[in-house]
Design a protein around this ligand. Structure first.
Ligand SMILES: Cc1cc2nc3c(=O)[nH]c(=O)nc-3n(C[C@H](O)[C@H](O)[C@H](O)COP(=O)(O)O)c2cc1C
Length: 203
């Protein structure tokens, strides 16, 4: 570990996935600050290939949860999950989403201008995903720095069209991830230790 840790490193190293929130309403200025941190992320060709949907009202949050759960339930039924397991998983998921003050969905651009492509379409698509991931990560770190908590969910990937309809967006966008944001109400288990040599090649 670095000896002279600073505040930024402390925040980065203490960030965790938090899936339980107090429900305390957050002030709008903090949310805008978190979004600003995300929108200032690096992006391929400085193209900012993202759009962000932010859901705060209780009514719209319930609507979005319904959209996500309709798809989730269908998938679980198709995979032969028991009624009891489906009920338990939906209940757990409902508790997470509904206790969050804010739900943020990040979209990546799909209509990439082919004539300007530096790489192949597939490589450009990967760079969109990388750029959106950078934005989401900066939001997560910003939230942590403000004493707030987040978790990342892949759910919108599995019901892309329904999520696009919900936000009134067309297929020039693809929902890539959902972030729950709120005041955390859990202390996660300590992170598993790792040996740097397992993941890093120093030459
Ligand atoms: C790309 C990505 C997808 C994830 N999807 C989910 C998800 O669908 N549901 C969930 O509960 N957590 C999800 N997570 C959170 C991970 O489970 C979590 O980051 C991991 O267990 C490490 O824990 P930590 O974030 O507390 O360090 C996702 C994280 C990433 C980066």
């Amino acid at each position: 570990m670095v000896k002279d840790d600073n505040e930024a490193l402390r925040v980065i190293l203490s960030r965790r996935s938090i899936r339980n929130y107090t429900g305390r309403p957050l002030d709008h200025a903090s949310i805008e600050r978190i979004l600003e941190a995300g929108l200032s992320a690096p992006s391929a060709h400085d193209s900012r290939p993202w759009h962000v949907g932010v859901v705060r009202s209780e009514e719209r949050k319930s609507d979005l949860i319904r959209v996500l759960h309709t798809s989730y339930m269908g998938d679980m039924k198709r995979h032969g999950f028991s009624e009891e397991t489906i009920r338990r998983k939906l209940e757990r998921s409902y508790d997470i989403y509904s206790s969050a003050d804010t739900i943020i969905v990040l979209f990546g651009k799909t209509d990439l201008p082919r004539n300007k492509l530096a790489g192949s379409f597939e490589q450009e698509r990967i760079m969109v995903i990388q750029s959106v991931t950078a934005a989401a990560t900066q939001m997560w770190i910003a939230a942590e720095s403000l004493g707030l908590s987040m978790c990342w969910f892949s759910a919108p990937l599995f019901c892309a069209n329904a999520v696009l309809d919900f936000f009134g967006l067309g297929t020039e966008w693809q929902p890539l991830c959902l972030l729950t944001l709120g005041e955390g109400r859990e202390t996660p288990k300590a992170k598993k230790d790792f040996a740097m040599s397992e993941y890093v090649t120093f030459l």
